[in-house]
Design a protein around this ligand. Structure first.
Ligand SMILES: *[C@@H]1O[C@H](CO)[C@@H](O)[C@H](O)[C@H]1NC(C)=O
Ligand SMILES: *[C@@H]1O[C@H](CO)[C@@H](O)[C@H](O)[C@H]1NC(C)=O
Ligand SMILES: *[C@@H]1O[C@H](CO)[C@@H](O)[C@H](O)[C@H]1NC(C)=O
Ligand SMILES: *[C@@H]1O[C@H](CO)[C@@H](O)[C@H](O)[C@H]1NC(C)=O
Ligand SMILES: *[C@@H]1O[C@H](CO)[C@@H](O)[C@H](O)[C@H]1NC(C)=O
Ligand SMILES: *[C@@H]1O[C@H](CO)[C@@H](O)[C@H](O)[C@H]1NC(C)=O
Ligand SMILES: *[C@@H]1O[C@H](CO)[C@@H](O)[C@H](O)[C@H]1NC(C)=O
Ligand SMILES: *[C@@H]1O[C@H](CO)[C@@H](O)[C@H](O)[C@H]1NC(C)=O
Ligand SMILES: *[C@@H]1O[C@H](CO)[C@@H](O)[C@H](O)[C@H]1NC(C)=O
Ligand SMILES: *[C@@H]1O[C@H](CO)[C@@H](O)[C@H](O)[C@H]1NC(C)=O
Length: 814
């Protein structure tokens, strides 16, 4: 039976070749006897695939004179290797790789000493081949493949690759100094599902999986391979009946014509599918995650015996990119300061000593931390118990390292703590035990020591280590603070207006800004008022005190005089709010009007919401909506001069390095409208976000921004554009109409499709949708103020049932 299956699965590729002979991938042929040399200018160091997309050869290890045999993407600036030879350590300069007919690939060092080979091959190798898919291999006299990189994967799978084996498929890269080493994380094909597990190194003992693919049809169809389908971009499990079950159904589709694609099991355990635009003029190019598992690696698997994702005594915090960030609890520090991936140890000795157990109570304190837990490290549970009893019990117990208290329960936990993570939405508190400052056992130099035995030495050692860490920390803190103060002073001095006005805006010469942007070279984006360039300006006298800025060159001629321009700029300059992009300076010379803003690293909300990357998480989206609301509220009600934005849309919301949202381009509408009356003005703002009164000669008030905010809020909730003609179904094309239909028909869940996070927070989702519908009322007087919007978003006041937002227009006929 089994052999029949095996025979069938062998037949399938042959059938494919017969049916689709034209899809054969083009390849570079490498004759027997060809060779490459590591780090030699006179000899080639790598081979290229026919398209030049991939290179296979020696690549220098950073900060060393040794080389690794790898495959990498050759046309992109970031070195991204997709395969590496893990069987040997990096080889020295001058090592030579040759294609031989009897031993396959062979590496010898510069003196001819043998280092590695692909092993004796049964039949003679006739040539090597390098395909455009990135696969490098050897072909024998019977036209069979005798060895190939696609069959010996490391941590990455590429489009077109299919790994036919049961067991370990991918192994993460080792962290730290061992560049060719293996990491702790593995991707397995097991029991008919794909699983991610940690192993306890050294050795290969596997802990329980922290991710398993659903095995819905697993019982009937065993799995035979894991692959990456080039045309659908799915990572799939190949069943024995030839069916491909995708792991990543519903990913954003990007074409492999336009993007490089790969899926990598990262060194931190997250399995990520990435894309990278091939087109050089595609703006800022980088690897973007388009899909990943597990969704929250910090949750781990509580049946696991090992340390968890981050290592012992650590806490795992999920970053915005869904990658884990590992931290030591307060009072703990890294086991190896120069290796980020070791566990943490307490900076004090735990102190179960024979001397006087009762005294330990006075030496320690408990540090209360909210929202953290080490769910698998309990040794005792006390119940019913009060909070004070719980703390007391841990303080008295020299075994106890952490106590968690919740409800009427007290869990005592011992070292080493494992599977640490942040836990939101819990009412429990963690108490971490640490030594009182100054109560460390005395140092060996002091008179009262000496009488102790070996233990004293160990304690002294740990005190010395701990205190030096502490000192370093203090020193770094002091230096940092000093630097910050000096920098602050310089900034404020530089940005003082020359007229002595109490503003922090600087007036720039055109020449200065030309220099700062390198002749307006790097374009960050194009807005409705002009082009934005990246630049850096000097903020002090030192050569290294430059700061990055975004410079907007206004492309429209302003009607008003220079004086009015300056007045307006000063009004903008006086706004200070964390959800507004900060104006740093301006230039007003002849025809040239420029504005200098702070630079925000994470681009626009439009890219974040509608780009090729993964959808932002629900929590992030909620935070962004609230941030934008706060910024608008400030502009409308808290500024000394009320500012109406007039052009709220995702392209005008920027994200800082923590994905905090800031509104940009505010105050500019006023600048442009100043000498015009709004009744006969051309319509400002952007289609789809524009309030109806712009078309009706009614007065323009702050309510136009409320309208645009409503549309933006819907876009943030649904991760789609307000008008999208490509979306299926006419009834869904206009987001505002569709959202109201869903609300009326009580099918709000359709708006967020399969977003589990949003669905599990349904009350809030519903509230936000209702607020959005209130904001997009055609009658401006029905729209709430931003203040009321914020109160409703935060759930402080009840949201009443919103009326139909479009009473004047006929509801779209379906
Ligand atoms: C490489 O060799 C294969 C036969 O193994 C042949 O079909 C192909 O045309 C050759 N490619 C080049 C570029 O010479
Ligand atoms: C600490 O980590 C560094 C870098 O990974 C390594 O070179 C060093 O040997 C480690 N030290 C110890 C004591 O393990
Ligand atoms: C790197 O790790 C591998 C196993 O993953 C091991 O065999 C090798 O000796 C290590 N090399 C160094 C230099 O530590
Ligand atoms: C998974 O497979 C192993 C051996 O291949 C077997 O011992 C184990 O019972 C299987 N587990 C499940 C849940 O099928
Ligand atoms: C955790 O491990 C158990 C036992 O192997 C397994 O049944 C479960 O699916 C695992 N959880 C996850 C999230 O993979
Ligand atoms: C990729 O998936 C499509 C749709 O499931 C299928 O028709 C095609 O044969 C697959 N391609 C390969 C190379 O397996
Ligand atoms: C997961 O389940 C869905 C439907 O329930 C199915 O279409 C898909 O093939 C399954 N994936 C795997 C890897 O089994
Ligand atoms: C690259 O992008 C630019 C601008 O987006 C476009 O004009 C050009 O045709 C693209 N080139 C290719 C090869 O797709
Ligand atoms: C240990 O950590 C605690 C809390 O961070 C700190 O107060 C104490 O000074 C540290 N002790 C040493 C010896 O560094
Ligand atoms: C948060 O806690 C509430 C009640 O304590 C519970 O109903 C809800 O399901 C929890 N949410 C999550 C995401 O755990």
């Amino acid at each position: 039976m089994a052999s029949l299956f095996r025979g069938l699965s062998r037949l399938i590729p042959i059938l494919c070749i017969l049916l689709f002979p034209h899809i054969a991938i083009s390849q570079t042929n490498i004759t027997v006897g060809s060779f490459i040399v590591a780090g030699d200018d006179k000899a080639p160091g790598h081979w290229l695939s026919p398209s030049g997309d991939f290179a296979f050869g020696f690549s220098q290890v950073e900060n060393s004179d040794s080389f690794l045999l790898t495959t990498w993407f050759d046309k992109i600036p970031e070195k991204t290797s997709v395969w590496l030879n893990r069987e040997i350590d990096p080889v020295p300069r001058g090592s030579r790789l040759e294609v031989t007919s009897d031993r396959g690939l062979v590496i010898n060092d510069h003196k001819g000493g043998f280092l590695w080979s692909t092993g004796t091959v049964v039949s003679r190798v006739t040539h090597g081949f390098f395909e455009d898919s990135g696969n490098f291999g050897l072909r024998d006299e019977y036209f069979e493949t005798s060895w190939e990189t696609f069959d010996n994967p490391t941590d990455t799978i590429l489009p077109g690759q299919e790994i036919r084996k049961n067991g370990v498929i991918l192994i993460s890269r080792g962290s730290g100094s061992n560049v060719s080493g293996e990491g702790r994380f593995r991707l397995y094909l097991k029991n008919r599902t794909v699983q991610l597990k940690t192993v306890n190194l050294p050795g290969s003992y596997e802990n329980e999986p922290y991710y398993s693919s659903n095995g819905s049809d697993a019982s009937t169809n065993p799995a035979t391979a894991v692959g990456f389908n080039r045309s659908t971009r799915y990572i799939y499990i190949l069943r024995q009946n030839g069916v491909q079950s995708p792991l990543n159904l519903g990913i954003k589709v990007v074409s492999s014509q336009d993007y490089y694609l790969r899926a990598t099991l990262e060194f931190d355990g997250v399995f990520i599918q990435y894309s990278y635009p091939k087109n050089v003029s595609a703006g800022k190019r980088k690897w973007s995650a388009i899909w990943l598992v597990p969704d929250n690696i910090c949750v781990g698997n509580l049946t696991t015996k090992g340390s968890g994702v981050c290592g012992y005594n650590r806490i795992c915090k999920l970053g915005v990119n869904k990658r884990p960030k590992c931290q030591c609890p307060r009072g703990f520090s890294l086991l190896n300061q120069s290796d980020e991936y070791t566990g943490c140890i307490p900076n004090f000795s735990q102190g179960c000593r024979v001397v006087d157990p009762s005294s330990s109570q006075d030496e320690f304190v408990l540090d209360e931390v909210a929202n953290i837990n080490w769910p698998t490290s309990d040794y005792e549970r006390l119940q019913p118990f009060g909070e004070d009893d719980c703390k007391d019990s841990c303080l008295r117990d020299c075994m106890c390292a952490v106590a968690i208290f919740g409800g009427d329960m007290c869990w005592k936990k011992k070292l080493p703590l494992s599977n640490g993570r942040y836990e939101f939405n819990t009412s429990s508190k963690a108490f971490v035990k640490m030594r009182k400052y100054g109560s460390e056992p005395q140092s060996p130099g002091s008179p009262s020591s000496g009488s102790n035995d070996d233990n004293a030495l160990i304690i002294a050692g740990s005190v010395l280590l701990g205190s030096s860490v502490f000192l370093n920390f203090m020193l770094m803190g002091a230096v940092g603070l000093g630097f910050f103060l000096i920098y602050q002073k310089k900034l404020s001095r530089i940005f003082m207006d020359e007229s002595g006005l109490d503003v922090n805006i600087r007036c720039f010469k055109y020449r200065e800004l030309e220099d700062a942007t390198n002749g307006f070279k790097e374009e960050l984006g194009r807005g409705s008022f002009g082009i934005v360039y990246r630049g850096d300006i000097e903020v002090g006298n030192g050569s290294n005190s430059r700061t990055e800025v975004a410079i907007k060159k206004l492309d429209r001629l302003f009607q008003e005089s220079e004086r009015e321009f300056k007045t307006e700029v000063l009004v903008i300059g006086q706004t200070h709010h964390k959800n507004l992009v900060r104006l740093l300076g301006y230039c007003n010379e002849g025809q040239n009007r420029l504005l200098v803003y702070e630079y925000l690293s994470n681009g626009t909300l439009a890219c974040f919401l509608f780009g090729d990357e993964m959808k932002p998480s629900w929590e992030q989206r909620v935070q962004i909506a609230v941030d934008v609301g706060k910024g608008l509220l400030y502009l409308h009600e808290e500024c000394s001069t009320q500012i109406i934005h007039c052009d709220i849309k995702p392209q005008n919301i920027l994200l800082d390095e923590n994905y905090g949202a800031k509104i940009s381009d505010f105050g500019l509408a006023k600048l442009l409208l100043l000498s015009q009356t709004h009744t006969n003005t051309a319509i400002r703002g952007t289609r789809g976000y524009v309030a109806p009164e712009w078309f009706r000669n009614s007065p323009i008030t702050v309510k136009v921004d409320v309208y645009s905010f409503g549309v933006l809020l819907l876009e943030i909730l649904c991760c789609r554009r307000s008008v999208d003609i490509e979306i299926g179904g006419e009834d869904k094309m206009i987001l505002a109409d569709w959202a109201y239909d869903c609300y009326r028909e009580k099918t709000i869940d359709a708006l967020v499709e399969n977003d589990e996070e949003a669905l599990s927070d349904f009350k809030r989702l519903e509230r936000f949708v209702m607020v959005a519908i209130w904001c997009i009322q055609e009658d401006p007087s029905l729209r709430p103020t931003m203040k009321k919007v914020m109160l409703m978003l935060e759930g402080i006041i009840q949201v009443s049932i919103p009326p139909c937002p479009f009473p004047f227009s006929t509801i779209s006929t379906v």
